[in-house]
Design a protein around this ligand. Structure first.
Ligand code: 4AD
Ligand code: MG
Length: 480
């Protein structure tokens, strides 16, 4: 007989048919009721054992965490809380789990803090919370690919090892095969990277954008969805050193088109999970609700998780220029009362997460797209506006998250781009191919980057980015 997954069993009509299922024991009550989970769904299937007919030493081996195979009859459940259950005819233990050892791990069925779960990240996927988060993560990835596929985008695999710093922030992990103890040196005593594996300095990519642009200028609509690396030493709940980014790039599209695309895209993928992941969302919503109850009243969220998702889907994002945002922030209560860690005094200030969250959570109570930022606080490739002070940048800010998307219309004018690079000391030799694009049929084009983990945080209500990726990479932490 072919084993079915628990999820498949729940979709079956119980007609006393023989079934077989494999999974891990969540609990075994009264020598009679096994709650079995196989990860296919949050729900456990109840397996009812007739202990009088079972060998005692077998019963003893059915312990929390053990892997078992169950054979039996699928019937309508006698008890409350589940539609179907299995009347067990045979059990085989596939992998034992010593209760003594299990009691020292997070497999022990009780509440564990997320911090403790992180220390046992190899086991945390067996908890309800992480099962739900990871199924949602998977579902969101699928929804993302599906959205772009439906809309005529080509999926591009941009390189992970690159020789450029796309964001110009210098936050790169070096890739080298040189001996750190005895590197070859140039005449002036610097490390001679011409002797390195690639014959030049290379690093892990901080963004696939520049390469995606070259393909957009040939295929029209492309997107990347890949790992991205940033050696920024920010130990926050929203930063990872290794994260996944989705970067669409479209030829002949301006910033307005870019905003429309980003908004439609975000709404569409959130709609997908509301439709397909109801069980997991409901579980996470209740979990979040309990967490909220432990907070002081004024800090509690007024919306439930799925309400938040629906709110984003059903409402237009507020669109507002950086200049307008600065005015609002300057005159805001927290700024006047000196509550911001970084007070907003003048135009040109970089916005911190506290400002972004004020705009989204307090002022507008809605997702916000900020655009036309000062040129000096944004990357070199963004298109300069007529005012020569601002660039066609856009950031999308989400409640509870802050910046979730960063994008722009790209500078397509060769001379303007060259001047910008010279001002910022970016050598033309490093990006000659990027400049070439501006010589051979240059055109208006735009794109954006969505931080995948920030999207998963929003969709699951998890408060720390370390809890929405299987194995987080953060400063001082690369365990597992
Ligand atoms: O705003 P960023 O730096 O934009 C770019 O990299 C552009 N090249 C994108 C483009 O236009 N194609 O990053 C984009 C998004 C951010 O809005 C944020 O959601 C996420 O990537 N992000 C991070 N997520 C987790 N950990 C980090 N350290 C992140 N840095 C950026
Ligand atoms: Mg950004």
């Amino acid at each position: 007989m072919i084993s079915k997954t628990v999820s498949e069993l729940f979709q079956e009509n119980p007609k006393h048919q023989d079934v077989e299922v494999k999974g891990w024991v969540k609990s075994f009550r009264a020598n009679r009721f096994i709650a079995l989970n196989d990860g296919s769904t949050l729900r456990n299937i109840q397996c009812v054992v007739d202990f009088e007919t079972m060998a005692e030493d077998l019963l003893k081996r059915i312990t929390t965490g053990s892997a078992i195979q169950v054979k039996g009859t699928l019937v309508e459940s006698q008890g409350k809380g589940q539609a179907v259950e299995i009347q067990v005819s045979g059990i085989m233990v596939l992998g034992d789990a010593d209760p003594e050892l299990v009691s020292k791990t997070i497999l022990q069925p009780k509440r564990h803090s997320l911090e403790v779960l992180r220390e046992q990240a190899h086991l945390r996927a067996r908890t309800n919370t992480f099962g739900a988060v990871m199924r949602l993560r998977s579902s969101l990835s699928f929804a993302i690919h599906s959205y772009f596929n439906k809309n005529g985008f080509n999926y591009m695999h941009t390189p992970i090892i690159t020789g450029s710093d796309a964001e110009g922030a210098g936050e790169m992990f070096r890739v080298t095969t040189l001996d750190p103890k005895n590197p070859p040196l140039t005449e002036t005593g610097k490390i001679d990277y011409s002797k390195d594996f690639f014959g030049k300095e290379t690093n892990l990519t901080v963004s696939g954008q520049l390469e995606a642009e070259t393909y957009a200028m040939a295929l029209g609509k492309v997107y990347t969805f890949g790992p991205t690396f940033r050696a920024e030493n920010s130990n926050t709940s929203r930063h990872l050193a290794e994260f996944w980014m989705i970067e669409p790039e479209v030829a002949f599209m301006d910033l307005e088109g870019n905003m429309d695309l980003a908004e439609d895209f975000l709404k569409s993928v959130l709609e997908y999970i509301l439709e397909h992941n109801a069980t997991d969302l409901e579980f996470l919503e209740n979990r979040l609700e309990q967490e909220e109850q432990t907070k002081p009243k004024h800090e509690r969220s007024t919306m439930r998780l799925t309400e938040k998702l629906k709110f984003v889907i059903d409402n237009n994002f507020v669109r507002l220029s950086y200049t307008e945002a600065i005015e609002i922030l300057k005159n805001s209560k927290p700024n006047k009362k000196k509550k911001f860690k970084y007070p907003i005094n003048e135009w040109g200030a970089d916005l911190q997460s506290e400002h972004e969250r004020y705009l989204v959570e307090k002022h507008f109570k809605s997702p916000v797209i900020l655009f036309d930022y000062p040129a000096q606080i944004k990357a070199f490739y963004m298109r300069l506006n007529e005012d020569e002070k601002t660039v066609r940048a856009m950031d999308i800010l989400f409640p509870g998250i802050g910046e979730i998307v960063g994008g722009s219309q790209r500078e397509e004018r060769l001379e303007v781009l060259k001047k910008k690079m010279a001002d910022l000391d970016i050598p033309e030799e490093e990006l000659w191919w990027y400049l070439d694009l501006r010589q051979y049929g240059t055109a208006v084009h735009s794109g954006f980057g969505l931080g995948f983990e920030r999207l998963v945080m929003f969709a699951t209500g998890m408060g720390n980015i370390r809890d929405v990726i299987p194995y987080p990479r953060t400063p001082q932490n690369a365990e597992f």
